[in-house]
Design a protein around this ligand. Structure first.
Ligand SMILES: Cc1ncc(COP(=O)(O)O)c(C=O)c1O
Length: 385
């Protein structure tokens, strides 16, 4: 019997009767990591002041050092933030005073909605404009992304946000080839790696991006409210957290260490999450999830008579699939369709509209197995019958 799938599912609190195919949205934290977090919280509540001033800083340094080794960054170049949205906001709002009317803030049409809005906020305040390069979907190859991004950069491009793994379309972008397109023109580029941390091997020093943020609470198994922000040393003095607090203008690290009173136990538990990954085997985890995502999408696409929409080398542990048709009248809102899949068929996964088509996005985590995608297949067939 394989060590993953049903054999490992008991290490999560997930409801047994749910086919949970949505690790992607908010992750799912293993019991052991939650226990570690509770232990930190209990310690905190026993002597709160000592904890926040002495023990937590030491524990956070330990957690960040281990995370740095995992993501190929020096501990001095990364900070914890609550989520990728906070990481992107810190960078965009810090750079905002340098944006002026006519400047172009570059991204692609697959950008995560919250980041699109953050760019629009910066554009509204400064007179810059948001430019989205249109990435086709279905897509034939990663080369297309590189070519389209290259063509979209202009003399007015001032800053760019590029996803590492896109949210609605679940595509792995070839960021190693995209980052240099901006760097060679001296344009600061930020990578939104919300899904990439844990799912893919990532390396800050190798990428050479100006900024990178990744969620620990998705594919790294850490508790909710944990993410990291990498800032190239040359930018660190100009990047501030969105919450300005006591440590303003002390140092990059200390500004982010204190952004107001906050429960640091999710960040402290990143160390336990990394321990969990080490125990199950990071390569085994990635290979199981990747193969399962490919196998499940192949089975579903065949059964629904639809195209697989992206080449295999653009798939990690997430895959987006076109539904056999748009939801019928009684399910026409994606929320209703989603709720029906959840409540009637016990399948949890996002339903997404892109262009004039409706899609579902499956996640493949070590606690999933094919029987869950087969349940989804049966549900969709029943709905469309
Ligand atoms: C590409 C991408 N960026 C950012 C986020 C936002 O993550 P958070 O809500 O943790 O900030 C998500 C969430 O799914 C995402 O898919």
């Amino acid at each position: 019997m394989h060590k993953f799938g049903k054999a490992i599912r008991g290490r999560w609190l997930l409801d047994e009767d749910v086919a949970f195919m949505n690790h992607g949205s908010f992750g799912a934290c293993p019991r052991d990591v939650l226990v570690a977090q509770s232990e930190w919280r209990n310690k905190m509540e026993r002597q709160l002041v000592r904890f926040l001033t002495v023990e937590a800083p030491l524990g956070l340094k330990d957690s960040l050092t281990k995370l740095g080794a995992f993501v190929g960054a020096k501990e001095s170049d990364i900070v914890f933030v609550d989520n990728a949205t906070t990481g992107v906001n810190a960078v965009v709002r810090s750079l905002m005073p340098t944006f002026k009317p006519g400047d172009e803030l570059f991204t692609t049409t697959h950008v995560y909605g919250a980041m699109r809005k953050t760019l629009h906020y910066a554009a509204d305040v400064t007179g810059a404009k948001v430019v989205e390069a249109t990435i086709p979907f279905p897509i034939q190859s990663a080369d297309q992304v590189v070519e389209i991004v290259k063509k979209g950069i202009t003399d007015k491009t001032k800053f760019a946000i590029i996803d590492h793994v896109t949210s609605p379309s679940a595509l792995v972008y070839p960021i190693e080839r995209i980052i240099p397109l901006f760097k060679e023109r001296g344009i600061p580029v930020m990578i939104d790696g919300a899904h990439a941390l844990g799912m893919l091997p990532i390396n800050m020093e190798k990428y050479g991006a100006d900024f990178y943020t990744g969620n620990c609470h998705k594919w790294l198994y850490a508790p909710k409210g944990s993410a990291f922000l990498y800032v190239d040393p040359k930018h660190q003095k100009n990047i501030h957290p969105t919450n300005i607090s006591h440590n303003y203008l002390t140092s990059f690290k200390s500004e982010f260490d204190w952004v107001g009173t906050h429960d640091p136990t999710a960040w402290l538990s990143v160390s336990a999450a990394l321990g969990f990954i080490e125990e199950i085997g990071v390569n085994d985890m990635r290979s199981y999830g990747h193969k399962l995502a490919l196998e499940a999408r192949k089975m579903l696409a065949k059964s629904w008579g639809v195209d697989t929409v992206a080449p295999e080398d653009m798939i990690g542990m997430l895959a987006t699939l076109k539904l056999p048709g748009n939801p019928k009248d009684n399910d026409k809102h994606t929320a209703t369709f989603h709720d029906r899949l959840r409540d009637e068929f016990h399948c949890e996964l996002p339903v997404i509209v892109m262009g004039d088509a409706t899609y579902v996005r499956i996640s493949a985590q070590v606690y999933n197995d094919m029987s869950e995608y087969e349940r989804l297949d049966a549900a969709i067939k029943k709905i469309y019958s």
